[in-house]
Design a protein around this ligand. Structure first.
Ligand SMILES: *Cc1c(COP(=O)(O)O)cnc(C)c1O
Length: 378
């Protein structure tokens, strides 16, 4: 059996150990420490935002962002439906109501039209304006930020960008994660750069980041003993993880180039096959192409659908994945209010993520392409 090709494996740069060794040499293992401060500064600089809090995960970052915005039980929080469950779970942690919005077909992200309809309808039925919008940039593709921000601003609803998958992506030349009032990133093992785990919350508003750091360290009041006036969380990133993240952030631009060249390879070799469509940039957007994603129309390919293609790849020890199953189709969120038109359901039924590792070799790519061609063009 040939070597396994993973969908998106961790890819160390070799620079991580320098930071980890520094932490070991100074016995600054945990908690916090110079790597955490360094990583926060470097990440904030990279995204061009004033403040960052390094946390245990992207999920924790979303949870704290919602608390910063004073989201409470019974409040509405609008979320993209086509995403990973971590975008929605923190809304439920707070007893708030996720209001799920379907995608538009161009970027696969939140539909501005459905967003507007949802806001109007929720105001009419609940008498309250939704408390926040969690806007996802799926697979690294920037959402229609211009339209979404205009709508959000007109109702004065703060936007939290879930940029967990989109570090390095840009919209009109500006980093994704710098448009909303806050943004989150993830450094989980499968993301474009990783600390083995980890996340961050970013904002130009210092008070949000200060409050998040406070809550993330068990909400300890300033007192000589342990005193608490609020419920706290254990959400702070360790100095070791931050060291790995620093070594990874040094090569983020290289990683984005590697992901983009994966996309280019697939696109150039498959674009002429009828029934295959790619999620790709438009004039406003620059994607990190964290994962290259396609949809496959079986009616144009002799019945070959994403299941058959995925199985053919799997047989050759190559990992691929269906697109995210939309949240409004998940049993756990079945009762959430939703504003959908079938777009993300269609994407889920026909879509596949192709192997997109940043260490994918030319031989790996050729091996993948051979199987795709053999399966589809029989
Ligand atoms: C990975 C991911 C998250 C959660 O990040 P973790 O660090 O794994 O908690 C949130 N949203 C999206 C869209 C993600 O892909």
């Amino acid at each position: 059996m040939k070597n396994k090709i993973w969908l998106s494996p961790p890819h160390m740069s070799g620079r991580e150990l320098k930071y980890i060794n520094e932490a070991f040499d100074s016995n600054w293992i945990a908690p916090l420490g110079p790597n955490v401060d360094g990583f926060e500064n470097e990440l904030a600089n990279y995204v061009n935002i004033s403040h960052a809090a390094a946390l245990t995960s992207g999920t924790a970052a979303l949870h704290l962002a919602l608390i910063d915005l004073n989201v409470q039980a019974g409040d509405d929080v609008i979320v993209s439906s086509f995403t990973f469950s971590a975008s929605v779970n923190p809304v439920k942690y707070l007893g708030a109501t996720p209001v799920l919005i379907d995608s538009e077909y161009e970027t696969w992200n939140m539909s501005p039209e459905l967003l507007k309809i949802a806001i109007e309808d929720r105001i009419k039925t609940t008498g309250k304006t939704p408390k926040a919008i969690i806007l996802v940039h799926l697979y690294g593709m920037p959402a229609k930020l211009d339209e979404i921000m205009t709508i959000a601003n007109s109702y004065k609803i703060p936007v939290i960008e879930d940029a967990a998958e989109a570090l390095g992506s840009k919209y009109m030349g500006k980093a994704v994660g710098s448009f909303g009032v806050m943004s989150i990133f993830s450094f989980n093992g499968n993301k474009i750069i990783t600390g083995s785990g980890g996340g961050a919350l970013l904002s130009d508003k210092e008070e949000y980041i200060k409050n998040s750091r406070f809550l993330a360290t068990q909400a300890r009041d300033a007192a000589p003993h342990y005193q608490h006036s609020q419920i706290g969380y254990n959400y702070r990133m360790s100095n070791i993880i931050a060291g790995i993240c620093r070594g990874q952030l040094e090569v983020i631009d290289e990683r984005v180039q590697q992901c983009r060249s994966n996309f280019e390879y697939y696109y150039n070799n498959l674009k002429d096959i009828k029934g295959i469509e790619f999620l790709k940039e438009n004039e406003e957007s620059y994607s990190n192409y964290w994962l290259t994603t396609i949809t496959l129309d079986p009616r144009q390919n002799k019945g070959i659908d994403r299941h058959i293609l995925s199985a053919a790849l799997s047989k050759e020890n190559i990992e691929s994945r269906p697109l995210w199953k939309p949240m409004h189709l998940q049993p756990v969120f079945a009762n959430c209010p939703k504003y959908v038109d079938g777009t993300s359901e269609r994407l889920f039924n026909t879509g596949l993520c192709l192997p997109s590792g940043t260490d994918l070799s030319t031989e790996d790519k050729q091996r993948i392409m051979e199987i795709i061609h053999k399966t589809i063009i029989k």
